[in-house]
Design a binder for this molecule. Structure first.
Ligand SMILES: C[S@@+](CC[C@H](N)C(=O)[O-])C[C@H]1O[C@@H](n2cnc3c(N)ncnc32)[C@H](O)[C@@H]1O
Length: 229
């Protein structure tokens, strides 16, 4: 179960200024490649000048990658932690992104407003996942693709070294890079409290996505991509 919504929002607002540094440091830069791959999948075959939603857009790394690959896209970045959005504003292409402080459980968009949607490392934080996924499905057109990039709970118990890395080293690295210990203790806890990829895919099918598939991006499934339409 994710932490209370206000706690999560306050935590992201607090770490916004150092979020990118911590991310690059902890992933050794691989998160950039993960987003590139996610957006190639998301944008494959999408129409001209598509409206694309980035839910939980944070410091806009995903949103600007969409524009790098598709300069004709209209990109909307929604996140309930306004400070995260503001922290990304100076990135190349960010000026072309519409920034909306919005909660994923109640999106301020009409039905079928978007031709594609992405959500990177956000859904694990939602306190009512079923509600937010239904809301995401509502705001994309029925034939549209939604792509998630996420850390899911591993299927098998972690090996000693994997557990040491995830539970001990990652929080320490995050703490060192961001100066915020609690935020980076939350990372392994939220992964452990979340769905496996298979459970998440089943949930997407249950709310009406007909075509759902996923792939692990790293041996051991450290991060995964899930595509639904
Ligand atoms: C780990 S960050 C990921 C940011 C960005 N997508 C990335 O790939 O770097 C998760 C983001 O999801 C946002 N978030 C969490 N719960 C949310 C909710 N209920 N509504 C909107 N945004 C939410 C947080 O504020 C945070 O910016």
């Amino acid at each position: 179960m994710a932490q209370a919504a206000t706690d999560v929002r306050a935590m992201f607002d607090r770490i916004a200024g150092r979020y990118d540094t911590a991310n690059r440091f902890m992933s050794a830069g691989v998160d950039v490649l993960w987003r590139r791959r996610a957006m190639r999948l998301l944008l494959d075959g999408v129409e001209q000048s598509p409206w694309v939603l980035d839910l939980g857009a944070g410091t806009l790394d995903g949103a600007v990658e969409i524009l790098r690959q598709r300069p004709d896209a209209h990109v909307v970045a929604a996140d309930f932690a306004r400070t995260m959005l503001v922290a990304g504003r100076r990135k190349p292409r960010a000026a072309a992104v519409a920034l909306h402080a919005a909660d994923g459980h109640r999106l301020p968009y009409r039905d079928g407003a978007f031709g594609a949607a992405f959500s990177g490392f956000c859904v694990r934080n939602l306190h009512d996942l079923a509600l937010a996924l239904a809301e995401l499905r509502r705001v994309v057109r029925p034939d549209s693709r939604v792509v998630f990039l996420e850390f899911f709970r591993p299927v098998r118990p972690r090996s000693f070294w994997d557990g040491l890395w995830t539970k001990r080293m990652l929080p320490l690295l995050g703490w060192a890079a961001s100066g915020d210990r609690a935020a980076y203790r939350y990372l392994p806890e939220s992964i452990q409290g979340f769905s496996t990829r298979a459970e998440f895919e089943a949930q997407l099918r249950a709310i009406g996505f007909a075509d759902v598939s996923g792939q692990d991006l790293f041996p051991g499934g450290i991060a995964s991509l899930v595509e639904a339409r």
